[in-house]
Design a protein around this ligand. Structure first.
Ligand SMILES: [Zn+2]
Length: 504
């Protein structure tokens, strides 16, 4: 058996000003890995790609690896980058194979295509009309019909924070390798669940994902068809494209009716819980006031301050200073902040050297035309505490073993706040991001994170309390700041009176 195994992942925030060239898909190297280097880098990692490699090895299959690219979320992918990656994958399939296994995101928009994954799959179908294609997708997939029409099996993450990437790879690939009679149903409901309300650790997504898992267990007893994969996608709302929002895919062993019934059940659960997916915003002043009060208590462990409008893992610039500025103005002490994206500031600190006292314009370098925001750096004075190359390995549970790369990085210590300053976008979902900088977040009174949900994967266990801080950025939690001109309307909650019509 010959397999084509590839990864091409990007979640596109159509309001983000951060560009997405090919180099952004690489980690610790100038360009994404190809060939045997992919296997070497991903074997043994907690990723869908790692699962594909293990299953191929176990089956004694021959595998080719045209590309492994995984970029932090940002603006639409540059055409050149997309064509380079999609071109390699299609060429590998054209050369002949028995099956294709793809580790994709599901919310990729390119300069030319609103549905990057659907475009890739339709190109594969042109050169290999009948080859089975197994696809692992992120829970933030915005599912265009082309994905459902061209893939043979789709399996999506059932956790957010995404700690089941490996298991998702197993669910996507097993029916392909076993040549199961995969029958897939997919559908949508017109709703945009708010990212701050999407965690599978909380209701209502907790119950929906539990039901999807239960569906997969059901039928294994042989009286009825097996459910090979059941996935509910919360969708990614910061993408102004027609199919932004929630969807579901259910794959059964040959029973089309069961696939459709279970798919509809997941969608109905989400629709009926739509009000619980709406987020209420607290003004920043009030959040910081609560933080001050909490920090004066005797509680052990840090209070997490989430700068949720500027999460780089949703396309944020990671350089807005509203929340960190508020923390500095409020005089909070014993704080670690991860992170401010500012390659220029890192360079300045490197030139000054460890131990030097510097006053530099920090953050606020990137203009955000989608929100009408101009650059607003803030002058900050502190000691350069540490300078590192920024490459580390995720300790898990999310993307365990995968190489992470925050670029050249430095710690600016104001005396009250230790600020991580980085030159490549990395969300702090892993304790390794702090360890690489010599900071122990568990020992701090406060930890500021440019994160919304994923931090709970690696840092959740140390949190004593959480305060969500509304700052500034293209991941704004206030949807009224975003332009929705392409998304299908009506859609809940932008149009509160939306009816639950089926839009597949
Ligand atoms: Zn995601």
């Amino acid at each position: 058996m010959k397999l084509v195994i590839a990864q091409m992942k990007h979640e596109t925030n159509t309001s983000s000003p951060v560009p997405t060239p090919l180099a952004r898909f690489a980690h610790g190297a100038p360009l994404p890995l190809e060939g045997a280097a992919v296997r070497d880098a991903y074997k043994g990692t907690g990723t869908a790609l790692g699962a594909f490699i293990d299953l191929a090895d176990k089956a004694g299959a021959e595998a080719v690896y045209p590309i492994a690219g995984n970029a932090a979320p940002s603006a639409p992918v540059e055409d050149e980058a997309y064509e380079a990656m999609a071109g390699r994958i299609v060429a590998a399939v054209s050369a002949g194979c028995d099956a294709v296994l793809l580790d994709l995101h599901g919310a990729m928009v390119t300069r030319s295509f609103e549905d990057g994954e659907g475009e890739l799959l339709s190109r594969i179908r042109k050169v290999a009309p009948r080859v089975p294609i197994g696809v692992a997708l992120d829970m933030h997939t915005n599912l265009f019909p082309a994905m459902g029409l061209h893939a043979t099996v789709i399996a999506g993450y059932q956790t957010y924070p995404h700690v089941d990437m490996y298991e998702t790879g197993i669910r996507a690939a097993t029916p392909i390798l076993k040549s199961s009679r995969a029958t897939m149903a997919f559908g949508h409901r017109p709703m945009l669940p708010h990212v701050m309300r999407q965690s599978s650790l909380d209701s209502p997504n907790k119950e929906i994902q539990a039901r999807a898992k239960e569906m997969e267990r059901q039928g294994a007893g042989k009286e009825r068809a097996s459910v090979l994969a059941a996935s509910f996608f919360v969708g990614f709302p910061h993408a102004d494209i027609p199919y932004a929002g929630s969807s579901a895919v259910v794959v059964t062993d040959g029973d089309a009716g069961l696939a459709q019934t279970f798919c509809d059940e997941l969608l109905d659960m989400a629709w009926n819980a739509r009000r619980k997916f709406v987020y209420q915003i607290e003004p920043l002043e009030k959040s910081l006031q609560r933080a001050r009060e909490m920090g004066s208590g005797n509680a052990h462990g840090p209070v997490m301050l989430l700068d949720h409008y500027d999460n780089c893992a949703s396309g944020g610039t990671m350089d807005t200073m509203a929340v960190l500025g508020g923390i500095l103005d409020a005089g909070l002490e014993d704080v670690a902040a991860f992170a401010i994206f500012d390659p220029q500031a890192v360079e300045q600190m490197k030139r000054a050297g460890v131990g030097a006292r510097v006053t530099i314009p920090l953050g606020g370098k990137l203009e955000m035309p989608a929100l009408g925001l101009k650059p607003k750096p803030r002058m900050v004075t502190g000691n350069v505490r540490r300078i590192v190359n920024g490459i580390y390995r995720n300790e898990g549970p999310m993307a365990r073993g995968e190489l992470a790369d925050m670029g050249a990085a430095a710690v600016l210590d104001t005396g009250k706040v230790e600020i991580a300053v980085i030159s490549r976008h990395v969300e702090p979902h892993d304790i390794g991001s702090f360890r690489a900088l010599g900071i122990d977040p568990a020992a701090k009174r406060y930890v500021m994170l440019k994160s919304r949900v994923h931090w709970r994967a690696g840092l959740g266990p140390i949190a004593q309390a959480v305060i969500e801080c509304a700052g500034e950025g293209v991941c704004t939690s206030d949807y009224s700041q975003l332009k929705f001109t392409r998304v299908r309307r009506p859609v809940y909650p932008l149009d509160p009176e939306t009816r639950p019509r089926v839009t597949a």
